[in-house]
Design a binder for this molecule. Structure first.
Ligand code: FPP
Length: 255
């Protein structure tokens, strides 16, 4: 199906929306654990970083497609608080990826009305990574299309402990009492305070665990796993995940 939708605030683009999906029930927020880059590379006798480079290309394809399909927010687990334990050259490469990605792709993101955001402690990233991210956030801040949210130096337990510390400090000063602490208040102290909770979590590479990703926010999300390694993930698989999501019944603990 070909339809015309606003591309930027001033232009209109024609995009292809494949049949089969219910465009009134596209998940608003999709989170992805992009796993399997290393194994993809190893299977080809290549260094692990070659898998990450290939994975970056897939990020571009999926961002375009998510935006075309009407997803409102896409959160990508790009670097966890545990990933610092990897070999130095791999960490350095991973820290350069946002620079390369945004260096070549930022004009298209601006044109596509995408807003770049991050979750995680970006203050600990090297200056070149931080600068690229900050520039992208700044230059897309007026956009109101897809939120492209990179989880960088992100760890869910760290995030929650921080939230507890902030709330405890308010109790200590008497600003609030302990009995006033609510789930909503806790959520508002997380990095994701301005985002809806993910409707759908995708993890590639056959692993079926959360790896310290959005533990609180994924409480009622639908999970979708594939054996495919991230560098081989594509638009058709993304659509399949959305299609399967649309055929599930979300009950939120009810019947
Ligand atoms: C996990 O695969 C993947 C990562 C830790 C990095 C993911 C990063 C990208 C896909 C590129 C991100 C692009 C931008 C623009 C930031 P793994 O290395 O753990 O794979 P393995 O389990 O096979 O070893």
């Amino acid at each position: 199906m070909q339809i015309k939708i606003p591309f930027t605030k001033s232009k209109v683009q024609t995009i292809n929306r494949p049949p089969g999906l219910d465009y009134d029930h596209i998940p608003k927020h999709v989170a992805i654990i992009m796993d399997g880059n290393g194994r993809w590379a190893k299977n080809r006798g290549m260094p692990r970083i070659a898998g990450h480079k290939e994975g970056m290309g897939v990020v571009k394809k999926i961002v375009r497609h998510a935006s075309d399909l009407g997803v409102q927010a896409l959160t990508l687990y790009a670097f966890s608080t545990e990933n610092w334990k990897r070999p130095k050259n791999e960490v350095e490469f991973l820290m350069k990826l946002p620079v390369d990605f945004l260096g070549t792709y930022l004009p298209e993101l601006i044109e596509r009305n995408v807003q770049v955001q991050t979750i995680g402690d970006v203050s600990l990233l090297p200056p070149h990574t931080r600068n690229a991210i900050e520039e992208a956030i700044e230059r897309t801040s007026e956009n109101d299309g897809l939120i492209l949210n990179f989880a960088l130096n992100y760890g869910s337990r760290y995030e929650m402990v921080n939230a507890v510390k902030e709330i405890a400090a308010k109790v200590e000063t008497g600003e609030i009492s302990a009995s006033e602490v609510t789930e909503e208040m806790f959520s508002s102290h997380l990095y994701t305070s301005d985002l809806l909770e993910p409707d759908l979590l995708i993890r590639t590479s056959g692993e079926q665990r959360l790896s310290n990703f959005l533990l609180w926010q994924l409480a009622y999300s639908e999970f979708w796993f594939t054996e495919v390694y991230w560098p081989d993930f594509d638009e058709a698989l993304f659509e399949k995940a959305l299609y399967d999501y649309q055929n599930r019944k979300r009950r939120y603990g009810g019947i």
